[in-house]
Ligand binder design. Sequence first.
Ligand SMILES: C[S@@+](CC[C@H](N)C(=O)[O-])C[C@H]1O[C@@H](n2cnc3c(N)ncnc32)[C@H](O)[C@@H]1O
Length: 718
Amino acid sequence: MGRRNAGFRKNASFHGKANPNRQNGQNEKTRKPYNDIIRENEKFVKYYEKQGVCKPEEFNSFIASHKTDLPATFRITGSKTVAKKMLEIVQDQLITSCVKQTDDSGNPPNIFPLPWYPNKLAWQMELTRKDIRRNEAYYKLHNFLISETENGTISRQEAVSMIPPLLLDVQPHHKILDMCAAPGSKTAQLLEMLHANDDPIPSGYVVANDVDNKRCYMLVHQAKRLNSPCVAIINHDSAVLPNLYSTLSDGSTEQVKFDRVLCDVPCAGDGTMRKNPDIWMKWTPANGLNQHGIQTRILKRGIELLEVGGKVVYSTCSINPIENEAVIHRVLAEFDGAVELVDATSSLPGLKFSPGMESWLVASRNLEFYNTFEEVDEKWKTTIRPQMFPPKAEDREKYHLNRCIRILPHQQNTGAFFVAVLRKIKELNTKDDSKQATEMECDANDQSKKRENEDNLPHNQRKKRRKEIYREDPFVFFKEEEVVWKDIQSFYKISDSFDSKCLLTRCLVGKKKNIYLTSDAVRNLVVTNQSTIKFINTGVKAFVRCDNKNMKCAFRIANDGLDSIFPYIGDDRKVYIPKDDLITLLLNDNPQKSPPIITLSEVVQKQVKDLSLGSCVLIYREDSKDDKTPLVIHISGWRGATSLRCYMDKHSTVHLLRLLGGDISKYDINKFQRAKDDECENDEHCEETDEKEETEKDDEKCENDAKSGAENLVKQSS
Ligand SMILES: C[S@@+](CC[C@H](N)C(=O)[O-])C[C@H]1O[C@@H](n2cnc3c(N)ncnc32)[C@H](O)[C@@H]1O
């Protein structure tokens, strides 16, 4: 179709018809389409001009840049070897394919690696997401972004949002708490860092929390893409997050203190106006004032849960000093010497930013500015608090607020963002800490009592209550002598060094369907805290029930957890497969007509000759003599009576074919051409349908998953 060859338009307004604002709780009827939104707000301009948020000579370009659409960015993820291959594909194929294309002005779009992101693994395009979606010239790029995102090998993430995890300096052994984690792009990044050494089961873990139950299922979706046994998703108000404990070898428990904490707090979000232009209509100084309290409480709780010597990163996508430096200053002052601001300003060479503000004004809703709390009009004293004001001039040196990092849109064509790194240098005043923790434990105990009481309700009331609150299925870890384990262990010759107690199911009674794997540390965390912490999800799928009477074991291997259990699987069920054979298997997407074994190479035929029917592992090892870390791929396969096949969904198939240099043309569909071929009569109708479909599939995929996840749970529990 190629109806609109939009290219990248500077100062363009969002032009979609069917791209409604998606702010939480906004009434459908009051939403304006993006193209109707006027990107003006007098108060916004006056407020930031007066605050001196950037140099006066830059102010016009700051505002002008803020009015433009945000360019699309993505990050390459995956194991080191896969990421290396993906980078080659991006550089050699993707960019070349786009560079051949031109926009209305005849210029090819600029696609470049973000200079401050390590190893060229993050890329920015001078195209908006909508440009890519709606422009026939970029259909290959769009297909690439969709399938690789689904597969988990790229993450479409805003450039500035990639910064907090980088500054957190995560090591694979770290215990990490992500306090406000949904939808989970930073959680994904933290998990990738945990797996940076390609260790199948790192000793560290990520606890990802969000207060919003539905949004927790977006986290489930994110975590699932990364196949990690080292993540637990929990659902609490992080300002009052109960203490977590771990069980020691002597059976006693000790409080978990985290090595790293990410506080990517809820905020007024005026740094995201390029992506969410409806904020232009709603912005007032009160938005920031309203967030300051909860932001402070979350950060304080994060520091309480942090190990001495550990780091916490505080971030917002707001420009407002009340949500940023004022929160940092307040916490530094209240914790009086127990935490310090780390100078991270040189951690990301190439990143352009402004140093944190050391002084600011506090403004009322109607834009009256105050230097001190004493000046504040009585009527504003409930919304403006004394702690929102900057340190006195003589105290500025003590706080080093200039070590904070504020990124503005005009500096490198991104969204606006604020980030600060804090280090805990000594224990907090234990009296206050334990008081708050005790209160929170009481709160958690109350919640678990509530759940017990609920179990005693009559059946119909219980059903109704369960519909109102989402109830998770239990996390049932394997006991020493788990019946199904014996069969699995003997079929796959799993080594005794594998701890089967780290396997779990989600049902107490009845047939076990899926078996999940967690790391030992995550198992300990879940088992020890299950009565006080609301766990939403944990574990990567390792085995799936498969009642095929030809197989001597009732469970097949799942791809999700294969990399984690691979080192423990015996050689008997491993088949080494050359590239051409693997491509043949991947190109066969009809399970009823799997490639006959006799059509595969002799190497494969020899290996499968005496292999009993059923689940097996296919291993591809790249043939590279000088490369120290060749590409290795593990796939869950099936040895049939006369055929061999692999278990792969469409996106993973396309991904693997790409990595192997196979032909993906049958998957790389030009939806514009297809629509033309279908002789779509009403052009406008097509466009709207396309856009709606894409929006649903792409931007709102997580939300849909969250909803369906929640709905499934309701169905299950009722
Ligand atoms: C800025 S978003 C986080 C984005 C996320 N870190 C990411 O990178 O995808 C803020 C999140 O905080 C959650 N939230 C708001 N108040 C919270 C609270 N008191 N405790 C925990 N989460 C909270 C919201 O539900 C929202 O998902």
